[in-house]
Design a protein around this ligand. Structure first.
Ligand code: TZP
Ligand code: MG
Length: 214
C-alpha cells in the first residue's frame, strides 16, 4: 500500500448484499468500474471460509494492482500478505497487531467520534475511517453519525487521509469529498447495484466533481 493513500473509491465487501450474484464477479465489476482499494469484511463467515475467500480475493486484486485490506483478522492479513489491516475502536489493539505483522505494517482505524482522535492509537493509524457519516442498515450497531459537519470538523484537526463510510451514495458522494473526505468507502452502493461496474463509474465521476469544487 502506498503510504500517501492516493485511493479514492474503497469497496468494502458484504457477500449478503450481492443479491445472490457471484461474489468475485461483483468485486471484479467494481474494479473494472474504478474501485481502487478493496476491504474484505464478511461478518457471517467462519475463520476457514474467511481465509479461503481472502486468498482468492488477493489473487483478483493483484491482477488489478489494487490493494486488499483485511478487516480485523491479523492472522489472515499476515498469511495472505494483505496490503493493510483495518480495525475498529473495539477490535484488536493496533500495537498487538503490529507485534504480529511488523512495526511498519499499514493499519487503518475507524473513528466513531471526534474524541477518538485523541487516543494514543490514532497516532499509529495510516488512515482513518470516518464511521458512519450517516447511519445505515448495512451496519446497525453504530450510535453516532458524523454528518457533513462532523467530517468538516475532523478535517480541520488531522492531516491523515479520511475515508468516509456509511450510506455513501452517488447522490451524496461529491459533498462528502467537498467536506474533506479523501476517499469514499461503499458497501451496498456497489455490492447491491444492478451494475456494480456502472455504479463504480458513477462514484468516480461524483468524486471528481467533488474534488474540482474543493
Ligand atoms: N462501517 C461504518 S458504516 C459501514 C461500515 C462497515 C457500512 C456501510 O455500508 P453502506 O451500505 O455503504 O451504507
Ligand atoms: Mg471490527
Amino acid at each position: 500500500m502506498n503510504k500517501d493513500f492516493p485511493y479514492r473509491l474503497y469497496l468494502v465487501t458484504d457477500q449478503a448484499l450481492c443479491l445472490g450474484r457471484d461474489f468475485f464477479w461483483v468485486v471484479e465489476e467494481g474494479l473494472k468500474g474504478g474501485v481502487d482499494i478493496v476491504q474484505l469484511r464478511e461478518k457471517d463467515l467462519d475463520m476457514e471460509s474467511f481465509s479461503r475467500k481472502a486468498e482468492r480475493l488477493k489473487a483478483l486484486c493483484d491482477r488489478y494492482k489494487v490493494p486488499l485490506v483485511i478487516n480485523d483478522d491479523v492472522h489472515v492479513a499476515k498469511s495472505i500478505d494483505a496490503a493493510a489491516l483495518h480495525v475498529g475502536q473495539s477490535d484488536s489493539p493496533i500495537s498487538d497487531a503490529r507485534g504480529v505483522l511488523g512495526e511498519d505494517f499499514p493499519i487503518g482505524l475507524s473513528l466513531d467520534k471526534i474524541s477518538d482522535l485523541e487516543k494514543p492509537k490514532s497516532k499509529l493509524a495510516w488512515y482513518f475511517g470516518v464511521s458512519p457519516i450517516y447511519s445505515t442498515p448495512t451496519k446497525t450497531d453504530t450510535q453516532y453519525e458524523w454528518g457533513l459537519e462532523g467530517l468538516q470538523d475532523l478535517r480541520k484537526k488531522t492531516h491523515k487521509k479520511l475515508v468516509a463510510i456509511g450510506r455513501v451514495k452517488v447522490e451524496n458522494a461529491a459533498e462528502m469529498i467537498q467536506s474533506g473526505a479523501d476517499c469514499l468507502a461503499v458497501v451496498s452502493g456497489i455490492c447491491s447495484a444492478p451494475s456494480p461496474a456502472h455504479a463504480a463509474e458513477a462514484f468516480r465521476e461524483a468524486i471528481e466533481k467533488g474534488l474540482s469544487k474543493r
